[in-house]
Write a protein that binds this ligand. Structure first.
Ligand SMILES: Nc1ncnc2c1ncn2[C@@H]1O[C@H](COP(=O)(O)OP(=O)(O)OP(=O)(O)O)[C@@H](O)[C@H]1O
Length: 581
């Protein structure tokens, strides 16, 4: 389970998901660094220009030289302007590439996420992905410039020493004050930025949950409770980010003050140096400008420290997610081709992540290819869990789930899911047309197969009456359709491509009895020769099953031919004993 407050991730080298995109942009970074070096050199030249004007031009009235110097300076300024533009452009290009590359690997990791390891809330996860921006901003922009600026502190100090001699001690004494203040604030900043991220993700989680279930929130009058959670999250976030800003402002302002002190300090000591004739007027002005510049990169770095901490926190949290092993076998995974549809559960125990109790205990059954089996039992007895295990959403905690005699953990998950048509209770549709929702980008099915699946599921009946038909665009999670309509589209999605195994969890829970009767009639032909696992509370659907498995508290309570099991369960007090009928 990802916990946002825990940032104790092993330190070390940058993880490949970040290092690879950074390496790819090496050429751009070199250009950015070169531009930054030139900009620093230009800034040294401008201060030397000032010195020359004061020392040579003003005393000698050398206006000709002034014109020459000014032309030179204008050229330098133009170059400086162009280089700054280019630097910003290159940084943006690198940023966009890094965004794309990291974004791609993070999205893939989310798709491959192992559900059995537990995961954070939807909003928290979405917020974490947004933190890519923090990383991108950090790696792609100011950091690089600041790194290039650092050696220029020494170069600038050397130039001051050359021009002003001992005056160089003024910035040399002040620089450690800035550095020490920044270093002292570091541990607090680190802690605060981890807390800030945790609070921000918590806020995002409340927001996403509320927006995602607005209808329920309104109808159940849950607004008050959620407002309270939101207020708490906002207050928490505001409080911790206020403290973070306060601490970072101390370092930033300290650097700013030291910059001014360096400038004025040089002016004050410079007066004595001028009196002692060890410094010229021009030299004094150049040194004061340079002293300010020598401290300036530290101000940028003080600002960066806040971002270093946010970037480090974001990096560690994202890395925690990225280092989780993906689902499926290590390596290639077996591709399923000719599946006959035999399913076996052997002594399967299963516990959901962080759940105190087993959801399945010692579940064993064997389903022959082409057999039609209904799973029935009270709510929470483990029926849907069995369905989730068959399509490999979770691996069993112990025991084996097999298809055609092979442990499903050995199959490549997409290949397994292509062979198992699944319909679950929540019928989530995606943004896009109805056609998109049924075909889901598969290239092994055509329009005719889509129509066939829709006709069998009954979806065609209402889609054919829509003005846009299959091109009707659905919004977020299938908004705009009734529950029954969504269910029949989800059913078409499960049937398309005639998968050899079908797992249907309450497929008719949202349809009326008449529609259900027609559907059952069509499904009888559809299921012929294919393995069916049908989870239902509806007796009418049991017509489709040759065999019934009764679940109770995560165990198989009965298993046998439909008529026999029904006879047993309709007795006044069914035997609680586990039995094979
Ligand atoms: N994601 C989950 N995390 C933790 N526990 C879960 C999760 N999903 C289900 N459970 C628990 O596992 C047990 C079995 O749930 P399951 O959904 O398989 O029941 P079911 O028989 O399909 O119920 P229903 O008829 O209500 O659909 C329940 O006790 C439930 O609380």
């Amino acid at each position: 389970m990802l916990s946002y407050s825990d940032v104790d991730v092993p330190r070390g080298r940058i993880a490949p998901w970040l290092a690879a995109p950074l390496r790819k942009n090496r050429a751009i970074y070199t250009r950015v660094a070169l531009a930054a070096i030139m900009i620093n050199v230009f800034s040294l030249i401008t201060s030397l220009f000032t010195m020359t004007v004061y020392d040579r031009v003003v005393p000698n009235n050398a206006t000709d030289s002034l014109i020459g110097l000014t032309v030179g300076l204008v050229l330098i300024l133009l170059f400086d302007f162009a280089l700054k533009l280019l630097r910003a452009y290159f940084v943006d290009v690198a940023g966009a590439r890094i965004d794309r590359d990291i974004g791609k690997s993070i999205f893939q990791q989310i798709l491959d996420m192992r559900l059995d390891l537990g995961r954070s809330s939807t909003g928290g996860l979405a917020g974490l992905v947004r933190e890519i921006e923090t990383l991108r901003d950090f790696f792609a922009s100011a950091t690089l410039t600041a790194l290039v600026d650092l050696p220029f502190i020494f170069i600038t100090l050397a130039v001051i020493a050359l021009i002003g001699g001992n005056i160089v001690w003024v910035p040399i004494v002040l620089i450690p004050i800035v550095v020490v203040t920044a270093l002292i604030s570091q541990p607090v900043m680190q802690k605060l930025s981890a807390e800030t991220l945790g609070e921000a993700l918590g806020k995002q989680a409340v927001l996403v949950e509320t927006i995602g279930s607005l209808e329920t929130v309104k109808s159940a009058n849950a607004g008050g409770m959620l407002s309270e959670r939101w207020d708490k999250a906002v207050m928490g976030h505001a409080g911790v980010s206020l403290r973070q800003r306060l601490i970072s402002t101390i370092s930033i302002n300290m650097a700013g003050t030291m910059q001014t002190m360096a400038y004025t300090g040089v002016v004050i000591f410079g007066v004595y140096a001028i009196q002692a004739r060890t410094l010229t007027m021009g030299g004094l002005i150049a040194c004061s400008i340079l002293a300010g510049r020598a401290v300036a990169p530290l101000a940028t770095i003080a600002q960066l420290l806040t971002r270093i901490n946010s970037a480090r926190t974001a990096y560690r949290q994202i890395d925690k997610m990225m280092s989780q092993p993906p689902e499926g076998p290590a390596g290639e995974g077996i591709q399923l081709h000719n599946v006959t549809g035999g399913i076996e559960f052997r002594e399967v125990d299963f516990r959901y992540p962080n759940a105190p109790e087993l959801a399945l205990t010692k579940v064993s059954f064997r389903i022959n290819p082409g057999e039609h089996v209904a799973l029935i039992g009270p709510i929470g007895s483990g029926k849907s869990t069995i369905a989730r295990l068959i399509i490999g959403l979770y691996p069993p905690t112990s025991g084996l789930v097999m298809i055609d005699g092979t442990d499903i953990r050995q199959f490549s998950p997409p290949s397994l899911r292509a062979k198992v048509g699944a319909l679950f209770q929540d019928n989530v549709l995606l943004t896009g047309t109805i056609r998109d929702n049924i075909i889901l980008g598969r290239d092994d099915v055509d329009e005719a197969e889509m129509l066939r699946a829709s006709e069998v599921s009954g979806a065609h009946d209402f889609i054919s009456q829509l003005p846009n038909g299959y091109d009707l665009r659905l919004h977020d999670r299938g908004e705009g359709l009734s529950g029954g309509q969504r269910q029949s589209i989800a059913m078409a999605r499960a049937l398309i491509g005639r998968p050899p195994i079908l797992v249907l969890d309450e497929p008719t829970s949202s349809v009326d009895t008449e529609t259900e009767a027609r559907l059952i009639h069509r499904l009888k032909n559809e299921f012929a020769g294919r393995t069916l696992i049908l989870i239902t509370h509806r007796p009418s659907l049991l017509n489709l099953a040759d065999r019934v498995i009764v679940m109770a508290r995560g165990r198989v309570a009965m298993d046998g031919p439909t008529s026999e099991v029904l006879r047993q369960v309709t007795r006044p007090r069914p035997s609680p004993q586990i039995a094979k009928v």
